[in-house]
Design a protein around this ligand. Sequence first.
Ligand SMILES: NC(=O)c1ccc[n+]([C@@H]2O[C@H](COP(=O)([O-])OP(=O)(O)OC[C@H]3O[C@@H](n4cnc5c(N)ncnc54)[C@H](OP(=O)(O)O)[C@@H]3O)[C@@H](O)[C@H]2O)c1
Length: 293
Amino acid sequence: MSAAAAGTWKLGDVTVNRMGFGAMRITANPDRSVAIGVLRRAVELGVNHIDTAAFYVSPGGTLRVGEGPVRYANELIREALAPYPEGLVITTKVGPGEDSDRGFYHATTAAELRTQVETNLRQLGVDCLDVVNLRIMKKPGADSIADRFGALADMRDAGLIRQLGVSNIRADHVDEALAIAPVVCVQNSYAIDLRGDEDALIKLCAERDIAYVPFFAIAGGSREDGAATNHSDAIQAIADKHGATAQQVRLAWTLHQSPNVLAIPGTGNPAHLEENIAAGTLHLSPEELATLT
Ligand SMILES: NC(=O)c1ccc[n+]([C@@H]2O[C@H](COP(=O)([O-])OP(=O)(O)OC[C@H]3O[C@@H](n4cnc5c(N)ncnc54)[C@H](OP(=O)(O)O)[C@@H]3O)[C@@H](O)[C@H]2O)c1
């Protein structure tokens, strides 16, 4: 079993396996060694694309009052994997952040974005971030990303970032960003039961050689609450036929949508990690895809 089974994609100037890993869930377990084990096993299984963020912290966040030290996803990644293996691409995101004055906030200025980039550099222990997504909160009518994406492009020119992406965006944001600097990935929510208008965006990204990286592929409509349990009869029947789980079918379905779709399933559970990597070998027939879709 290998993450390579699902094929590869050229993410800008680096080739990654389409089956990657999302680090948002690894801070959940109070036992750090479980998260460290999951990360090391992911890489052992061929994962060379990990998604993270400085604001992925143990439940309650950095400002929480609770027992034990805060667990930061970035620091767990560093502890588990540094010195980083050749070819590993760590994608992080900026926009949302947390500070002691304001609590959770959304960066609007170049200075705030710079602070967030520096936090990622420090936590991951690197001089240059592989990929940084500008993660926005969409605001109808007044949500140009030009200034914020331009600020990241300046940091790319300054050597702090290698490649750029955008997240939680609409199709028009892609072209707005492309006019400023190359975009290697778009990261939006997308699942069998969470499709929105994303099919057209996946196609647009494919036409521009941009990876489309769905989050909530397994969680679907349950979003932050975690793995969906209200699977349709069609999902369950196809899972049963393949001797797979409904979660594996959900994940495989996303990879079947287009060659530019990369998976970043999030888990802090070692058994789920193995199942997710194995989902890269799950081939759905055109009839099954039609039924699911
Ligand atoms: N750009 C953005 O705004 C944004 C937003 C959210 C997430 N993300 C990124 O996208 C990644 C994926 O999103 P996500 O983690 O929220 O959702 P997800 O991968 O769709 O689903 C994760 C949930 O499903 C469970 N799960 C994972 N594999 C499973 C399996 N094989 N069987 C049963 N349950 C399984 C996990 O719990 P267990 O830990 O118990 O397995 C967790 O509750 C994140 O890790 C993060 O890196 C980006």
